[in-house]
Every structure is written in structure tokens, then in C-alpha cells.
Design a protein around this ligand. Structure first.
Ligand code: NAP
Length: 487
């Protein structure tokens, strides 16, 4: 059976002309999940014109009416929930339960921002002057470009699309090339929900070509980007030349601090969960564990024992805890850093290899990009595996003298996305909350696994611009018009 062709979506039409690229299953590269129309700079220009033409009507529509369309998108995604989750596992590799969790989150995000359409609070404050009424009303900004990574291929497009749209902007979505189908499904739902033509546009294709065309698109007012620091920093430079608004969410090297008084078993479980689930491919995953000296040896032994029990295999099949790396390039990066780790810290205590044998359900792992979950101990701050983002199932365990030493090590990196502490001591909890240089903090939970109702984003080199999600998401996608009125 030949693979389905998925078109770009421009001005309310599916566009399939031109060349195509393949979307393959990273658990079994024999399977082509879909063929995608490869967008060009001309497609971006057409999408930009369509979004510009649609903007006056969309931005003038009442917020609750925009909200009703977002509710419809959520309902459509809900009806197709199982097949959308299965598509995600097939294109990205995460296990089916993880994919279901992500699709549920995308649906919740659409419902959350649909409700915001009935709120859209402005500001009213008393004037210093007599009989002057002063207030500020929120206002949309125009055509917005949304560039998304492969690791949360449904949730991240959702958490950019929904607030951008509810605030009255029109959008051009550029999904990651290795997992475009999940975002395409959301755009398909927008089409079915009956959005006016040109409000939502979707152009898949080479990041370099589409990204360059997008940042130079005539009518573009803002770009929201999630992905690597390398691309984000480049985009920042280009966007600054045109004075575009820009929001960047980028890499991390997230620590979990484990103190001697922690609930030991929970700390082990939280660490292993945060390091290895989703194959370590969450931006909020733990890649460094900093352990207080008093429990260091016992903790290392327990993490290694737990890690060895993880089952690596095709995420579509029952019982797999961890799926494959998303593509050959990410697998190569994992293996490269494992070699760097071997040179820096010695042989890993478990893992360390590509898996090519038989999986837990009899699947042939050599057809996919599977890597053993890998634990290095005795890692020190100066090592590359303690400083650089790997974005795979590779964990570095570090020894610290005491809590102050843990905090010093945890903060000793350029990134500041997420961080976790495992302790029963409330004073340490607050010292961590106020002293940790990261945008997302967890206490006695894994460092990864956030919801959508509060601001999301990092600090230091991990992020730039206003936060995403929760009420804070509206800041980036809207502006204020301030009115002084004498009556
Ligand atoms: P990436 O390589 O930077 O790609 C991200 C997106 O940018 C993709 O859609 C990519 O398209 C596109 N792109 C590539 N070149 C571009 C250019 N010159 N101009 C504009 N866009 C361009 O990142 P990734 O490998 O997909 O994702 C992994 C990274 O994302 C990790 O560093 C991770 O930490 C980060 N991340 C951060 C967060 C967060 O919230 N902080 C969340 C998730 C992921 P192509 O796919 O076509 O190349």
C-alpha cells in the first residue's frame, strides 16, 4: 500500500504540488508513516499573504466566537484521540501511553484557551485627573510564525496555536520535519472546525528554507520558536533585524538534586522516570543527578538496578517503557556522547550501546534507532556530559558534599530550563525554590511532566521572551491599546 500524501495548508486549501519528503517510523524504518508536501519559500509567501488577508476579519471577531472554534478543534481531536496518538507513536517513537497523554494535553490546551476567549481581561485603573477614565484593552498583533520541534509534536504546536489564535492573530505553522503528522492533525481539525480561510496555515519542509522565508515574510509580526539553541539564536538575530517579536524556548541540562533526607525510593523512581521516559527526549528531562555524599553510593546502586529493568522496544507494543531515538542523527548524538562519557568518567554502570537484537515483544530492534538507557557515575562538573545537552537516555550522576554544594553544581551551567529537588526538609525546599536558576521547578516529583495552566519556560540560555502556556501565554500574542477618556 502506498503511503498517504499530506499537503500543506494555505488559504484554506490543501496544497500538494512540488516535491515530497518521507516521514518514517523510528521504531521500524521500513514503515513510511506518510509523505509530506515539501514546502518552499513561495509557499511561505502565499501563506503570509493569506494570513495577512484573513487578519482583519479574524481579529475583529468576538473572543467567545473565536473560542467556539477552538472548542470545536478540541472536540474533533477528542473524537480521533486513539488514531492521533497512534500516529504520534509511529512518527516520533514515544510509547503509546505517553502519546495518549500528550494528545490529551493538546486537547486540554485548546479547551483552556477557548475559555480565555470569553475573558481577555484588560486593565482599568483610577486616573489622577478628575473625570478621566483610563483603561487598556488587549489587542492582537497580526501574522505570527510558529516553529516547532519534534519531541512534543502535538502539545507544542497546540500550546502555540491556541493562544495565538484566541488572541486574534493569524498563523503559519512550521512543524519539525521528522514528526510533522501530529501538527498536521491539529491543522486538519482546524479545517474541519470551519476556521475562515487564511487564519491557519501550515507549511512543512526544510527548516533552513522555510525558516529563512518565514523570518523574512513581508507581513510577519512575530515568531515563536521551540528547538535547539543553535537555530533559536540564529532566528533571534534575523528577527531582531526586522524588529519582530520573538519568543524562544530552547535547550536544557536539567538537574535533579537528591538530599540525604529524601524519600529514597521515590527519589530513585522520580530520577529514572525523568531521565529515561520518552527516551530522555523531553526538554525538561533530567540529565544530571546531584546526590548528597551521605547516600551517594546507595543511590547510584539503586538507580542502576532500576534502570536495568526498563524495557526498550517499539512503543506501539504493550510493555515497552522506552521507545527509540527519533532519528539516525539523534541516535548518533547519543552514541557520540556515550563515547565522550567513557573517556571522561569511565565505563557506564549500565547501558552504553545501540540495541539491535530482539525487543520485549519479539520486534527486530535493528530496524529502529534503539539505545540502551545509560548511567554514568563519578561525573564531575567540568565534563562535557555534565555541561552539554544530549537529549537522549544518558544520565550523569554527580557527588556533592552538602546542599550548598548541590546548588552550586546545579546552577553551574549556562542553561536554566527545569530542575528538581528530592527532600523532606521544608527549609531546603524554599532555599531551592528561591536559589535555583531555572524557570520550571519540581519538588519530590520528576523534573519533567508539566501541565498547561501555569507559565512554562526557562531562564538563562534556555529561553528568551515571555513565557508560554497558562495566562502568561497571552502576553506574547497580544499587545495593549491604552485609552485616556475625559467625560
Ligand atoms: P531544531 O533542530 O532546532 O528544530 C526545531 C524547529 O526549527 C524544526 O521545525 C526545524 O525544522 C526548524 N528549523 C531548522 N532550521 C531552521 C532555521 N534556519 N530557521 C527556522 N527554523 C528552523 O530542534 P529539534 O531537534 O527539533 O528539537 C530538539 C531541541 O528542542 C532540543 O534542544 C530541546 O531542548 C529543544 N526543546 C526545547 C523545549 C523548551 O520548551 N525549552 C521544548 C522541546 C524541545 P526541521 O525539522 O525541518 O529541521
Amino acid at each position: 500500500m502506498s503511503a498517504q500524501l499530506f499537503g500543506n495548508y494555505i488559504n484554506g486549501e490543501w496544497v500538494t504540488s512540488g516535491s515530497t519528503f518521507e516521514n518514517r517510523n523510528p521504531a521500524n524504518t521500513d514503515e513510511v508513516v506518510g509523505l509530506f508536501a515539501k514546502g518552499s519559500a513561495a509557499d511561505v509567501a502565499a501563506a503570509d499573504e493569506a494570513a495577512h488577508a484573513a487578519y482583519p476579519g479574524w481579529s475583529a471577531m468576538a473572543g467567545p466566537a473565536r473560542g467556539n472554534l477552538l472548542y470545536k478543534v478540541a472536540d474533533i481531536l477528542d473524537r480521533k484521540f486513539d488514531s492521533i496518538a497512534a500516529d504520534m507513536t509511529r512518527e516520533e517513537g514515544k510509547t503509546l501511553p505517553e502519546a495518549k497523554g500528550e494528545v490529551r494535553r493538546a486537547i486540554n490546551i485548546f479547551r483552556y484557551f477557548a475559555g480565555e476567549g470569553s475573558r481577555m481581561p484588560g486593565m482599568i485603573v483610577p486616573s489622577e485627573r478628575d473625570r478621566v477614565h483610563m483603561f487598556a484593552i488587549p489587542k492582537s498583533i497580526g501574522v505570527v510564525g510558529l516553529v516547532t520541534p519534534w519531541n512534543f509534536p502535538s502539545a507544542i504546536p497546540a500550546w502555540k496555536m491556541a493562544p495565538a489564535l484566541i488572541c486574534g492573530n493569524t498563523i503559519i505553522v512550521k512543524p519539525a520535519s521528522v514528526s510533522p503528522l501530529s501538527a498536521w492533525r491539529i491543522v486538519e481539525a482546524c479545517h474541519e472546525a470551519g476556521f475562515p480561510k487564511g487564519v491557519v496555515n501550515f507549511v512543512a519542509g526544510s527548516g533552513g528554507e522555510i525558516g529563512n522565508a518565514l523570518v523574512n515574510a513581508k507581513n510577519l509580526k512575530a515568531i515563536s520558536f521551540t528547538g535547539s539553541c543553535e537555530i533559536g539564536n540564529w532566528l533571534h538575530g534575523e528577527a531582531s533585524k526586522r524588529r519582530l517579536r520573538i519568543q524562544l524556548e530552547m535547550g536544557g541540562k536539567n538537574p535533579t538534586i537528591v538530599l540525604a533526607d529524601a524519600d529514597f525510593n521515590a527519589a530513585v523512581e522520580n530520577t529514572v522516570n525523568a531521565a529515561f521516559f520518552s527516551t530522555g527526549q523531553k526538554c525538561t528531562a533530567t540529565s544530571r543527578v546531584i546526590v548528597e555524599d551521605a547516600i551517594y553510593d546507595k543511590f547510584v546502586a539503586a538507580v542502576v538496578e532500576r534502570t536495568k529493568k526498563l524495557k526498550v522496544g517499539d512503543g506501539m507494543k504493550p510493555g515497552a517503557d522506552i521507545g527509540p531515538a527519533v532519528d539516525a542523527g539523534q541516535l548518533e548524538t547519543n552514541l557520540k556522547y556515550i563515547e565522550i562519557g567513557r573517556k571522561e568518567a569511565g565505563e557506564p554502570l549500565c547501558g552504553g550501546n545501540r540495541l539491535t537484537g530482539t525487543g520485549p515483544n519479539g520486534e527486530d530492534l535493528s530496524k529502529g534507532y534503539f539505545c540502551e538507557p545509560t548511567v554514568f557515575a563519578g561525573v564531575t562538573e567540568d565534563m562535557r556530559i555534565a555541561q552539554e545537552e544530549i537529549f537522549g537516555p544518558v544520565l550523569a550522576i554527580m557527588r556533592a558534599k552538602d546542599f550548598a554544594d548541590c546548588m552550586r553544581i546545579a546552577n553551574g551551567i549556562p542553561f536554566g530550563l527545569s530542575a528538581s529537588v528530592q527532600t523532606q526538609n521544608v527549609s531546603r525546599v524554599f532555599d531551592f525554590v528561591y536559589g535555583m536558576e531555572a524557570g520550571l521547578l519540581t519538588v519530590n516529583l520528576p523534573s519533567a511532566g508539566v501541565e498547561y495552566q501555569l507559565p512554562f519556560g526557562g531562564t538563562k540560555d534556555s529561553s528568551f521572551g515571555p513565557k508560554e502556556q497558562g495566562p502568561a501565554a497571552m502576553e506574547f500574542y497580544s499587545d495593549y491599546k491604552t485609552v485616556y477618556l475625559k467625560y
